[in-house]
Ligand binder design. Structure first.
Ligand SMILES: Nc1ncnc2c1ncn2[C@@H]1O[C@H](COP(=O)(O)OP(=O)(O)OP(=O)(O)O)[C@@H](O)[C@H]1O
Length: 260
């Protein structure tokens, strides 16, 4: 039997120690299948970013199991591409050069780096802006470069933390469409953090709702909407009904605080 792309079992994470410690993640169990698109939603502080950065290998956890394809995750790696909300481009390099720079770690020759970077710049539809510097690009375009960069070394998993959180509504919709198109054509496993339930329903195969204090998984939703997805699905009754269920779970999860 195939190992899941990602396996998280009984994972706990505390920040700090003693009386002031924060139990950020409590007994998280989660598996992602190959090519599955999974979103994490939940009230602010429920541990979404912590979980994503642990999977990225950027943070340690206290106990539990964390495996990709059956092998432990012990740090960052080229098998996982990461895209954050803040634009993390190098301002002195063009869009194309930003992607080429990241590819140095993949051990490609200069000519290969140029070719692979160009391919991915085209994939995110930035052909005409390959030679522009970040200061000449809009927020949406900068995130396209960040996505091109993350995909360029062909990771088996893409980890995205509120990647469209800083964008205006129209650009955000365009980016959601672009990401669905890329995912539907190229398929890879995605773990996506968002505050936006509509975005989660639109993009995902599965939505994981987390509750706060401590951060726990409190509900899972399978999104059965057909693919390819289109923005006009957002007003259908099926879409709205899932959206309502997810919102209710987030609300229930955010009230844990009050019970203390
Ligand atoms: N470096 C840190 N040191 C101490 N506590 C932290 C640290 N980072 C996060 N926390 C705490 O861990 C808990 C989970 O935080 P995290 O940022 O993962 O939540 P989140 O769901 O991603 O929140 P948001 O939606 O606001 O980004 C919160 O109580 C937060 O205050």
């Amino acid at each position: 039997m195939n190992e899941p792309k990602l396996k998280i079992q009984s994972l706990n994470k505390w920040y700090g120690s003693g009386k002031r410690s924060v139990h950020a993640l409590s007994d998280i169990d989660l598996e992602l299948a190959d090519n599955e698109f999974v979103s994490l939603v939940g009230a602010s502080g429920c541990g979404k970013s912590t979980l994503l950065s642990i999977v990225a290998g950027l943070q340690k956890f206290n106990d539990g199991v964390l495996l990709t394809d059956g092998a432990p995750i012990v740090g960052p790696g080229l098998d996982r591409g990461v895209v954050f909300q803040s634009y993390t481009l190098l301002p002195w390099l063009t869009a194309q050069q930003n992607v080429e720079f990241a590819l140095q770690a993949a051990g490609l020759s200069a000519a290969e780096r140029r070719e692979v970077a160009r391919h991915h710049i085209n994939l995110v539809k930035l052909d005409r802006f390959a030679d522009a510097f970040p200061s000449q690009l809009s927020g949406g375009m900068k995130q396209r470069v960040a996505i091109a960069r993350a995909l360029s070394y062909r990771p088996k998993m893409l980890l995205m933390d509120e990647p469209f959180g800083a964008l205006d509504a129209l650009t955000r919709h365009q980016m959601q469409e672009l990401l669905t198109q890329i995912w539907e054509e190229h398929r890879l496993t995605v773990l996506f953090v968002t505050h936006d339930v509509e975005e989660a329903v639109y993009l995902s195969d599965r939505i994981i709702s987390m509750s706060i204090n401590p951060g726990r998984i409190n509900a899972t939703f399978h999104v059965g909407l057909a693919r390819p997805r289109h923005q006009d699905m957002i007003s259908t009754s099926d879409f709205i009904s899932i959206q309502k269920e997810v919102l209710a779970a987030i609300r229930a999860g955010s009230q844990q605080d009050d019970a203390l």
